[in-house]
Design a protein around this ligand. Structure first.
Ligand code: 5GP
Ligand code: ZN
Length: 114
């Protein structure tokens, strides 16, 4: 999508610190980290958020989760634990409307919302 900041990151029009890439998924460090490990995992196709998922594009969740496992291992948070979070829509605080999962860890995380 032309004006999507994450599509621009995928296309290398905006620089980012990439930590993982395959043919379907890209992962890069969040520009404003809330924890020592804060990575954004995104599909290379433009999907707005969870509400944009359907039978045709749902397979991407498998790839995102497999990428999350690899990244968690490589960044040293697999054993101690991490959170994998997606915000869907404005009231949830979504600010970039390209589906993304925050992988957050490397410190005691809290408070828990749920
Ligand atoms: P949301 O608030 O939509 O759940 O998450 C969007 C995230 O994208 C935020 O944590 C924000 O810091 C991050 N972000 C926004 N613009 C950029 C950017 O240009 N580069 C990187 N690496 N992260 C960004
Ligand atoms: Zn996009």
């Amino acid at each position: 999508m032309e004006n999507c900041i994450f599509c621009k990151i995928i296309n290398r029009e905006i620089p980012s610190t990439i930590v993982y890439e395959d043919d379907k998924v890209l992962a890069f460090k969040d520009i404003n980290p809330v924890a020592p490990v804060h990575v954004l995992i995104i599909p290379k196709v433009h999907i707005k958020n969870v509400m944009d998922l359907n039978e045709q594009n749902l397979d991407i969740l498998k790839d995102i989760h497999l990428a999350a496992k690899k990244i968690a291992g490589e960044m040293g948070v697999a054993d101690k634990g991490f959170r994998l979070i997606t915000n869907c829509g404005e009231e949830a605080g979504q600010t970039v409307f390209h589906l993304h999962y925050h992988l957050i860890g490397g410190k005691e995380l809290g408070p828990k919302i749920i």
